[in-house]
Design a protein around this ligand. Structure first.
Ligand code: NAD
Ligand code: WQD
Length: 335
């Protein structure tokens, strides 16, 4: 198949390109590089020893998107393009609604005009807000606590409405938990601009000497050691989940909403300990106040993904740390 990958130059996009190509698919990348670089796609080419078609464009640009569909025979779209910084979304909500929600609406309109109705969408565990029970099952109530999360919720609802209006649409809404790590080759990985918002890239930057120490946000949560618990998932496992979802929607009508996580939660201190063991580096840290908007614990019930997609995350925390550290060491200043 030929898959259009919006946001394909980004962190999860590049890892998914590798798995798509290694499974024999053709890919077309559409990205405006607002949070990435074409160099990342060149690394994908290096891993796969194949050229990748890259188109620089914005999902809000209808003409540019139409051009993609008229010049390529696209069978399905994997839609990663979006802005994802929670804090920025609080400061600039309209930017997030325009880019994420309106951009997705434009993409779907253009897809419909081209007769392409297979879509895999990057949603997030953030749509569960602060869950009342754990592990998190897909039919739990949804509730976002910031504009970024609301863009994911609104897009999910928009795509469900779209499918109700035209049942030829087949859509997978993939709710990612916390993707970390990198491709085992060390050629592609997460490359945050500026100070990392997320725990794992912050740890690897402390380990490489780019930052002095880690602030652990809160030591008084109702968790075994008082620090926040999350379901970290290796980015290659996550990428493979997209292939399974793609295959599934090819022969199943409707909207499939599914968690992609491991089902196992780890605390911040467990993450630090595992990273120290794997890397042989010490991570200096201090426990500071909670980060506003954070929750105590969040981990998936991944059984629906196993039943519906035949997908299970294979890598454990040590492999995530090993591969993420390998990427950081090989690319101390990113791409
Ligand atoms: P990323 O920022 O690395 O990748 C997103 C890509 O989309 C970037 O290459 C960026 O340049 C591109 N992009 C953004 N707006 C665009 C636009 N208007 N037109 C064209 N391209 C555009 O982020 P990622 O971590 O790879 O995340 C991919 C998707 O998964 C996002 O939608 C994100 O919200 C979602 N997600 C990420 C996480 C996570 O922790 N990384 C968790 C849950 C969901
Ligand atoms: C993990 C744990 C922090 C940084 C975010 C988004 C979510 C999704 C994934 C896109 C928490 C603690 C963190 C630090 C720390 N993205 N922490 N010091 O908050 O679970 O999820 O990324 O959809 O929407 O909100 O991930 O990596 O930021 O935090 O102590 O410097 O690490 O408090 O307990 P989070 P995270």
């Amino acid at each position: 198949m030929t898959i259009l990958v919006t946001g394909g130059a980004g962190y999860i996009g590049t890892h998914t390109l590798v798995e798509l190509m290694q499974a024999g698919h053709q890919v077309v990348v559409f990205d405006n590089f607002c949070n990435s670089t074409p160099a990342a796609v060149l690394r994908v080419e290096q891993i796969c020893a194949r050229k990748v078609k890259i188109i620089q464009g914005d999902i809000c640009d209808r003409q540019a998107l139409t051009q993609v569909f008229t010049s390529h025979q696209i069978d399905a779209v994997i839609h990663f393009a979006g802005l994802k910084a929670v804090g920025e979304s609080v400061a600039k909500p309209l930017l997030y609604y325009r880019n994420n929600v309106s951009g997705t609406a434009t993409l779907c309109e253009v897809m419909a005009e081209a007769g392409v109705t297979r879509l895999v969408f990057s949603s997030s565990a953030t749509v569960y807000g602060d869950p009342q029970h754990l592990p998190i099952v897909e039919d739990f109530a949804t509730c976002a606590t910031n504009p970024y999360g609301r863009t994911k919720l609104f897009i999910e609802e928009m795509l469900r409405d779209l499918q109700r209006s035209d049942t030829s649409w087949r859509i997978a809404l993939l709710r990612y938990f916390n993707p970390i790590g990198a491709h085992p080759s060390g050629l592609i990985g997460e490359n945050p601009a500026g100070i990392p918002n997320n725990l794992f890239p912050f740890i690897t930057q402390v380990a490489i000497g780019k930052r002095e120490s880690l602030s652990v946000f809160g030591g008084d949560y109702q968790t075994p050691d008082g620090t926040g618990v999350r379901d970290y998932i290796h980015v290659v496992d996550l990428a493979l989940g997209h292939l399974c979802a793609l295959e599934r929607i090819m022969d199943k009508e409707g909207v499939l909403t599914v968690n992609l996580g491991t089902g196992q939660g780890y605390s911040v201190l467990e993450m630090i300990n595992t990273f120290e063991q794997v890397s042989g580096r010490t991570i200096p840290y201090q426990i500071v106040d909670r980060r506003p908007g954070d929750i105590a614990s969040c981990y998936a019930d991944p059984s629906l993904a196993r039943h519906e997609l035949g997908w299970v995350a294979e890598c454990g925390l040590k492999e995530m740390c090993r591969d993420g550290w390998n990427w950081q060491q090989q690319n101390p200043t990113g791409y």
